[in-house]
Design a protein around this ligand. Structure first.
Ligand code: CA
Length: 222
């Protein structure tokens, strides 16, 4: 069971998150303003903080900067207003680990929560490897192998494959991949994701990444 601090002032969203996360086996603490978020965020038994940026008392970015300034390393997932790219960039700069723009579906949030908790689990266990079937990524050495055979990947190809391996079984949209792997250097309509998925398939085999029609891509079962 993971302990998640939800910092959000909109009661509907709080209820939605609290109900959903609790039913997925997480322990949830809620802070409805920035001042309480600062108090609760200092706790050392937290596994994750979900942080809204628009908050009363102290805004979310100030909360994030203050926590990071105090040496708090708990992963932070920031909730941003839809299309607010500035907020997202500033949030990541201020020490957020990931972001999700509102409105979001609960399964989207849960996927991000799982990914962040998995990161922490991996770090705690000292593992620096991601595996799926025959494919192994050594994150420290930045080496990819398939069935023990080393495959030379560019930095972007490696990051793209890492994004898939971190979310096995989940369909990932082009937009998510674009923002995770390329940041904001490319426009949303860019086909760079498709091009790079093509590169991965050529190097690793066709079954490594599946196309999810109308959505994006998913780590393959092969
Ligand atoms: Ca708010």
């Amino acid at each position: 069971m993971s302990h998640i601090l939800v910092v959000e002032d909109d009661p509907r969203i709080v209820e939605f998150l609290e109900r959903g996360l609790t039913s997925n086996g997480h322990l949830v603490t809620v802070a409805t303003d920035g001042r309480r978020a600062l108090d609760e965020g200092m706790r050392d038994d937290l596994d994750l903080i979900i942080l809204d940026l628009g908050l009363p008392e102290v805004d979310g970015l100030s909360v994030l900067r203050t926590l990071r300034g105090q040496g708090v390393t708990t992963p932070v997932l920031v909730l941003t207003a839809r299309g607010s790219v500035d907020d997202t960039i500033v949030g990541l700069d201020a020490g957020a680990d990931d972001y999700l723009s509102k409105p979001f579906r609960f399964d989207e949030l849960l996927a991000r929560v799982r990914a962040r908790l998995r990161d922490v689990g991996n770090a705690a266990a000292g593992t620096d490897e991601l595996r799926h079937g025959e494919v192994v990524l050594d994150l420290r050495r930045r080496v990819a192998t398939v069935g023990g055979r080393e495959v030379e990947l560019s930095a972007r190809e490696f990051s793209l494959l890492e994004a898939f391996l971190r979310r096995p079984g989940e369909a990932i949209t082009r937009e998510e991949l674009l923002s995770q792997v390329w940041g904001y250097a490319h426009s949303p309509g860019s086909n760079v994701v498709d091009v790079y998925v093509g590169y991965l398939r050529r190097k690793l085999g066709d079954g490594v990444v599946d196309t999810v029609r109308g959505v994006g891509y998913r780590l393959g079962s092969a």
